[in-house]
Write a protein that binds this ligand. Structure first.
Ligand SMILES: [Zn+2]
Length: 428
């Protein structure tokens, strides 16, 4: 079976943009990028007026399997990822049991190979059971296929454990991803601490809860010269700390998630529990700083932090509701609408933050369209406006504060290894 993507505008992920060219795919691989290739293919996708991108790569998501299949599983999660344009995703280990040993890493990989429709890269835990005490067997987990380590969902509370983890992880060539949250500063907080939390009578979470831990982990990264990746950056202060660290050469990288540049704590008014997320939605000032950080490169990548939950876990009082946003299926559109349409990033810069840079940070293939490489491709219609409808999500998690919002830029096709895994025409 051969496939030709005809007459598209192609971003190759290495700095070249081709206009009105064809991509020919055979045996799962890209074999040529040129003009007039359509006659060589069995099937043709007409990409006129569309953009053809290296498959999007998500460095941070939650597939919930095993243990929480009522929220999401590998089958529904990867279908959701495909609908969001993602061809490769890295899933966090806060499952039950946690992904904290080689057998669990292999289990996820095997399940993903048989039931998943996009490439799944497991992230292993840093400590057994994500309890922050005993380090995992890093070497065995690396060998089994873990691409990074994180206790995401919880911080590694003990600084010395974090320091040792950084040193061990470096020896094994594993990236450490830090969920920066000082639980004692969070206390009983459920939303950002400030004017809105006072107005709404909800307990606030100080920005300091995030920033104290970002500062700690950067200091540990600096003294050990070990790389660290900071997950879901949400505050102006955290962006400033990371910017300063990068300027003095600390090996730190970081991500933000689309909701931190698309929504603020004002959205909590009305107590919609779909606005509850950890770290919480911040203020306009933070949102502006996140956009500046994306623009000047302080924030390396955009990750979804796709965190699906069951309806029952959100249809409760705000204080009691689970934290998280079902993020795969709105990530590209939110990013395009709020970053590219507003002139903060070019489309090429956005694609780098959603594809080639996450590939580099995780050390996985992808992010480039070139003859000889696997055909992992995302095709988008940047002119298409639509209304977000969570009832059409492929994810089991319908928890999004963006339901009913009008966004621009829609995924048309997602192709993994030459196989069309999402076609908007057939979408539900
Ligand atoms: Zn986290």
């Amino acid at each position: 079976m051969s496939l030709c993507i005809r007459n598209g505008n192609i971003i190759d992920g290495e700095g070249i943009v081709f206009h009105n060219k064809d991509i020919l795919i055979k045996n799962n691989l890209i074999v040529d990028i040129n003009t007039n290739l359509a006659h060589k293919a069995d099937r043709i996708i007409d990409a006129s007026n569309l953009w053809v991108l290296p498959g999007l790569i998500d460095a941070h998501c939650h597939l919930r399997e095993p243990g929480f299949e009522y929220k999401e599983d590998i089958s529904s999660g990867t279908a959701s990822a495909a609908a969001g344009g993602f061809t490769s995703i890295a899933c966090m280990p806060n499952t039950l049991p946690a992904i904290d040993n080689a057998a669990m890493v292999e289990y996820i990989k095997k399940k993903a190979a048989t039931q998943g429709i996009v490439r799944v890269y497991p992230i292993g835990a840093i400590t057994l059971g994500r309890e922050g005490k005993t380090m995992v067997e890093m070497g065995e987990m690396k060998e089994a296929g873990a691409v990074a380590l994180s206790d995401d969902g919880d911080p590694v509370v003990d600084p010395n454990t974090m320091r040792l983890a950084l040193e061990y992880a470096k020896q094994f060539g594993l990236l450490l991803i830090s969920h920066c949250e000082d639980k004692s500063l969070v206390a009983q907080g459920v939303m950002n601490e400030g004017y809105m939390s006072t107005l709404l009578g909800l307990k606030g979470i100080s920005r300091a809860a995030e920033e104290v831990m970002v500062a700690r982990d950067i200091i540990l990264s600096e003294i050990t010269a070990c790389p660290i990746h900071i997950a879901h950056v949400s505050t102006k202060g955290a962006v400033d700390i990371i910017r300063q660290a990068k300027s003095r050469g600390v090996p730190v990288t970081c991500e933000t998630a689309p909701h931190y540049f698309s929504a603020t704590d004002e959205w909590v008014e009305g107590y919609d529990t779909n606005t509850k997320v950890n770290p919480p939605l911040r203020t306009e000032e933070d949102l502006v700083a996140i956009k500046e950080g994306l623009k000047d490169g302080t924030i390396d990548i955009i990750a979804t932090d796709h965190a699906p939950h069951h309806r029952d876990e959100k249809e409760v009082e705000y204080d009691m509701a689970a934290s998280g946003i079902s993020g795969f299926e709105t990530a590209f559109s939110l990013s395009y609408t709020h970053l590219v349409e507003t002139g903060i990033l070019s489309l090429e810069e956005l694609v780098a933050k959603l594809s080639s840079i996450p590939a580099k940070i995780l050390g996985i293939p992808g992010g480039v369209l070139k003859a000889g490489l696997p055909a992992d491709i995302t095709i988008v219609d940047i002119n298409r406006e639509y209304e977000v409808d969570r009832d059409h999500f492929y994810s089991k998690g319908k928890n999004t504060p963006f339901h009913g919002k009008r966004l621009k830029g829609k995924i048309a096709y997602t192709i993994v290894g030459g196989k069309i895994v999402y076609d908007e025409e057939d979408a539900k």
